[in-house]
Design a protein around this ligand. Structure first.
Ligand SMILES: Cc1cc2nc3c(=O)[nH]c(=O)nc-3n(C[C@H](O)[C@H](O)[C@H](O)COP(=O)(O)OP(=O)(O)OC[C@H]3O[C@@H](n4cnc5c(N)ncnc54)[C@H](O)[C@@H]3O)c2cc1C
Length: 423
């Protein structure tokens, strides 16, 4: 069989690891120039791996298969030639109780951190392994359209020569992640029955504070994930905790958001994590990603262009623009942010949810609600439309673009599971 895989991210890693190349010809189309080039993805930045039946995606065959999740963690650890950082998980029951009493749910998970620096080694080793298996990689190849015909047609642009090219396949695996939303939009417009649902976007801030305040949590859990319901009913959660890490910006085609990461061999003295508020919509509105992009663009406009807004927690609560910092200093470089007021960006219910979350967390971790801690905005997590993989026999959506995974381990597992289904 002639198989095309579109995108080289976590789902494709799982697929290529498992696919039988003695019986199938496999060609990977990746829009970037090589394996390391920055597409926005956790297998190129940070590399936190979780083993959990409570998070990472919604496919039950993955959620409840911890053996498969552990195998994936071992695979990433071996190929990155590193011993991942882990939390000690000491006093976990006591911590769970403290969170519960104060209105939070602590999400259970085993956790392993590879680090941005070590992911480069992983990518190099995985790529070599796949080349040895006979996989053919076409870099600089941006797939713009797929058409279901007797064979499956792929139309793509060679970004070096700008040539518009075509090829035909027996089976196509679309694994374009969140950054591939353009191709997914094209396909869902053409084949609207692929969409199962499209209702949510997560919006919030990247929160940064000195390591000393969250030392206990960082040591016990490394990644602490908690959920909370605010008085207006919105669900709020922490995401992507980076002990001794760095805040970074994330560049999309027409706006900039914030994110964070940690480096295995280079540490700061600050911890950062996202605080995200889930925004759910009902009919007639059906463009949650448009809503998230709009809010992100607004923050950039207020910051005077291609920048994000930074505000102290005290000023955010008072609704005042921040003019000076004196106790907590940002790890994001000062040409990427402007001191401002995030209340001009968020709807008031979002601001209320963020404040209730931080103030309640302060009862468990004193110092979290210190007036000088930093809020960067905005951070957005697009859920992606949930897609139906049963509509077409010969086109499958794997990983985050399917809307069913949201993490490296789940996306990789999705690739593995779909490759195993090939007869
Ligand atoms: C900055 C950042 C940090 C993250 N950190 C973590 C983390 O620590 N732990 C964790 O579990 N998850 C993390 N995530 C989420 C994680 O990266 C994803 O869940 C996972 O990578 C999804 O895998 P995927 O294969 O579906 O997509 P991706 O890994 O995003 O790969 C998609 C690939 O498709 C390519 N592509 C897109 N469109 C096209 C096209 N039209 N033609 C050709 N190629 C195309 C892209 O260039 C990309 O290489 C992070 C995400 C981001 C943005």
């Amino acid at each position: 069989m002639r198989i095309a895989v579109i995108g080289f991210g976590a789902a494709t890693v799982g697929f290529l690891k498992e696919v039988d190349t003695t019986k199938n010809e496999v060609i990977v189309f990746e829009m970037n120039k090589d394996i390391f080039s920055s597409s926005i993805s956790g297998i190129r930045a940070d590399g936190k791996l979780f083993v959990s039946s409570e998070m990472g995606g919604d496919l039950e065959e993955i959620l409840f298969d911890k053996k498969l999740q552990k195998e994936i963690v071992n695979y990433y650890s071996e190929l990155s030639e590193t011993e991942p950082e882990v939390g000690s998980r000491e006093n976990i029951e006591e911590l769970k109780k403290r969170f519960f009493i104060n209105g939070f749910k602590l999400v259970e998970s085993e956790f392993f951190h590879i680090g941005t620096d070590k992911l480069k080694i992983f990518l190099k080793n995985a790529h070599n392994e796949f080349i040895k298996k006979g996989v053919n990689f076409k870099f600089n190849s941006f797939v713009k359209n797929i058409d279901v015909q007797e064979k499956i047609l792929i139309e793509y642009i060679d970004r070096k020569t700008r040539a518009e090219l075509k090829d035909y396949f027996d089976k196509v695996y679309v694994a374009v992640g969140r950054s591939g939303f353009k191709l997914i939009d094209t396909l869902t417009k053409k084949y609207p029955d692929i969409i199962l649902s499209n209702t949510k976007v997560d919006l919030g801030v990247r929160f940064e504070l000195p390591d000393i305040v969250v030392k206990e949590l960082n040591e016990a859990l490394y990644e602490f994930k908690v959920k909370f319901k605010s008085s207006n009913g919105q669900l709020i959660r922490t995401f992507c905790n980076n002990p001794s890490g760095y805040v970074v910006t994330e560049k999309y085609a027409d706006f900039i958001t914030v994110n964070g990461h940690a480096i295995h061999d280079q540490k700061s003295t600050n911890t950062n994590f996202a605080i995200l508020v889930t925004h759910s919509f009902t009919k007639p509105f059906n463009d949650p990603n448009g809503y998230g992009s709009y809010i992100a663009k607004l923050s950039n406009i207020l910051a005077g262009g291609n920048k994000v807004i930074l505000q102290t927690y005290g000023d955010f609560k008072k609704g005042k623009r921040t003019k000076k910092l004196w106790k907590v200093f940002p790890t994001l470089s000062n040409n990427e942010y402007v001191l401002g007021d995030l209340n001009l960006v968020f709807p008031s219910k979002t601001s209320i949810s963020l404040i209730e979350f931080i103030d309640n967390l302060n009862q468990i971790i004193p110092g979290i609600a210190d007036e000088e801690n930093l809020l960067y905005g905005v951070e957005v997590k697009f859920y992606g439309k949930k897609l139906n993989n049963n509509l077409f026999e010969n086109i499958k959506f794997i990983g985050d673009c399917s809307g069913h995974t949201r993490s490296i381990v789940h996306a990789t597992a999705h690739g593995i599971i779909e490759a195993r289904k090939i007869k």
